[in-house]
Each structure stands twice: as C-alpha cells, then as structure tokens.
Design a protein around this ligand. Structure first.
Ligand code: SAH
Ligand code: SF4
Length: 344
C-alpha cells in the first residue's frame, strides 16, 4: 500500500479524480497533510467520513512518534523518535533568549564515520524519508509550544546523518516546510550542515538552494582533515573551496564554517592561520564548536587555547561565533546523538 505522504500532490489529485470526487478534495487533502500537519486520516476533519474511509482503504499513513524524552537543567530537550519500522533517530530542542531551535536528523546513523562523532561511530542504517524529517518538525513544534509558549523559530540539520547523502528527501522536507502551501517557514530560518560533499554543493548551487549552508571544516589542513573526516579524502579542500566559490557566486550567500576544537589536533595558532587563509576566498562566518567528548580518542581544547584561537581569527577581521555546549547532562549536544540507545 502506498503511503499518503510518499506520493506527490499531483498523484493525490489523480487518485481523487479516480474516486469520482471533486477536484478541490485533492487540495484539501494536501493542505491537511502539509499545512495543518495532520498525522492521521481521522484528523482530516474537513473531509467527510466516507472520504476518510476511502483514504484509509487506499493508503497507509506512516508516522514518527516520540518514544522517549529527556530534559536538561538548561532547558534543552532531547527526543528519541521511533519510526514506522521501529528504527530510531534523535532530535534536540534548544531554547535561547529569543528563539527555539530544533536540531533534526536526516539519516538513521551516518555512513561517513568521522572519528570524533558518536553518530559516525554507530554506522549507517537507512535514509529518512521527507515525512520522517517533517514529523520531527511537527512533534518538536508541539513541544516548543508546550514548553516555551511559541512555535519553533529555527531548524538545523545537525542531528544524526549527512543531509547531502539523502538529498532528495531533505529537499522534499525543506520544500514542505517552506512552501506557502506547506508550513511556510522562511528559508532563512533553516540551516543545512554538511561535511562538504563537493558534488552535492554544486547541485545546491544549481538548484538555487535558499536555506543557510554550514560546512563542517574542522581543519584547513588536508592531512588533519582527512584524519578526522575520512570522507574528505574524496572531497579534498581545493575541490571543496572551488565548489563553495561557485555556490557563493550563484546564491550570494555567506557560508558558515563549523570548526570543533580538539586538543592538540587542530587548535594551534598555526591551525587558526590556515583556517583564516582558507576563508579568504569567500564571505564566511566561523562557528567554533566546543567538543563533546564522546570517546577516549579526542579531548576538548582547554579554555586558554580556545580564547587564543578565537582572538587570532577576530584579529583577522573574520566573523567568529563561539557555541557553548547545551544539554550536556542529557547527551543532547552535537555528535552525541543516539549513542545511549544503541549501547542498550
Ligand atoms: N553530517 C553533518 C551534520 C550533522 S553533525 C555534518 O557533519 O556537518 C553536526 C555538527 O556536529 C557537525 O559540525 C559535526 O562535525 C559536529 N560534531 C560531531 N560530533 C561532535 C562532537 N562530539 N562534539 C561537537 N561537535 C560535533
Ligand atoms: Fe556523519 Fe556529520 Fe557525524 Fe561526520 S560529523 S559522522 S558526517 S553526522
């Protein structure tokens, strides 16, 4: 049986016509799914009982549900989502003074195995579908209303998985989240974080991607980067640089570089100088991430090293942000997702 959220709006219209129902019914169904965000046929209260029954008989309606939730003392909340096939992904709700950000997953696990990342260490199970990404938004938006009294303001693809290895489904979800006939979020409130898959960055540029793009650089030294991110061997820095120049030229966007500071690995002033040099080619913002120690391989840089690194970049007139850990007590920080469940 086909799933109602795995077919296009045009296919829904065709089905409606086959049922001998008026054409506006297709619009009503699409609106219920992607604008109102219903999660069952029974919630489609604008349809007659007989229309709902026909839908029931013709389609499945797969949904993700919240299986477990933990809340940090800093208000961060982590959710374990159970998918229709019982596979699990995690999402995090991060409140700050003026906004609530949801960090969502794009894959169950990740095939890229970055050495410092817990998700990378758990291996890859499968890609998420658009509606599974969309459901993370719906469920966390409900929680945002409940806990903080307002809708989610921002969405970042920084949970489990590499979004550009699940290109179609991620773009499908972004479409439903931003379309006027969907949720209608502004593109500027969504950020996609990638390890830097060169081929797909060209595709984003050519398809005029309008959400924010963050690239996990972590080192501007090829040898160090390859050690941390095995996938960078097939996406080397010069090629990444050229792809990003193309991207910036096409989209007029500013790229965000993410850089996780690892003690005695990529945190020297020489490393900072290399990073500053790499950033010369385009308008960038640098996001310095504090490392969440997930194994014994790497240590987080001490505060004085971090300050020196930041000051060096700021002296070069670069835009630098330093992101503190959130939700540490519930393992909800970047790169920590899903470890506990897989350990069980
Ligand atoms: N696959 C994408 C998006 C998910 S990871 C990517 O790699 O960009 C989101 C961010 O968390 C990336 O910048 C990633 O490098 C970083 N990250 C992974 N493990 C981390 C850890 N243990 N501590 C801090 N940041 C981590
Ligand atoms: Fe995958 Fe990103 Fe983790 Fe690397 S850092 S293993 S790309 S989720």
């Amino acid at each position: 049986m086909r799933d109602i959220r795995e077919i296009t709006i045009e296919q829904i219209s065709t089905w409606v016509a086959e049922q001998g129902e008026p054409a506006f019914r297709g619009k009503q169904i699409a609106e219920s799914l992607w604008k109102r965000g219903v999660r069952s046929f029974d919630e489609m209260s604008n349809l007659s009982l007989s229309s709902r029954k026909k839908l029931h008989e013709s389609f499945s309606f797969k949904t993700a549900t919240i299986e477990h939730e933990s809340r940090s003392k800093d208000q961060t909340a982590k959710f374990l989502f159970s998918l229709h096939d019982k596979k699990k992904v995690e999402g995090v709700l991060i409140p700050s003074r003026e906004r609530v950000t949801a960090c969502i997953s794009s894959q169950v696990g990740c095939p890229l195995g970055c050495r410092f990342c817990a998700t990378g260490n758990m291996g890859f199970t499968r890609n998420l579908q658009s509606h599974e990404i969309f459901d993370q938004y719906l469920l966390m938006n409900q929680k945002s209303r409940e806990y903080f009294g307002h809708d989610l303001s921002n969405l970042v693809f920084m949970g489990m998985g590499e979004p550009l290895l699940n290109y179609e489904a991620v773009m499908g979800a972004i479409h439903y989240l931003t379309a006027p006939r969907g949720i209608g979020l502004s593109h500027s409130r969504i950020t996609l974080s990638t390890v830097g898959i060169v081929k797909e960055i060209y595709r984003l540029a050519d398809e005029n991607f309008r959400a924010g793009l963050a690239v996990s650089l972590h080192s501007a030294d090829e040898r160090i980067r390859q050690h941390l991110i095995p996938a960078s061997k097939t996406n080397p820095l010069p090629e990444l640089q050229t792809a990003l120049q193309y991207y910036v030229q096409k989209t007029n966007a500013r790229i965000t570089f993410e850089y996780v500071l690892l003690h005695q690995v990529n945190d020297s002033l020489q490393d900072a100088a290399k990073l500053a040099h790499f950033c010369k080619s385009f308008p960038v913002k640098i996001n310095i991430l504090e490392y969440n120690e997930t194994g014994s391989l790497f240590k987080s840089s001490p505060k004085h090293k971090r300050d020196d690194f930041l000051n060096f970049l700021m002296d070069k007139n670069l835009i630098v942000q330093s992101r503190r850990k959130k939700g540490e007590d519930i393992d909800a920080a970047c790169g920590q997702l899903a470890t506990r469940e897989t350990e069980k």
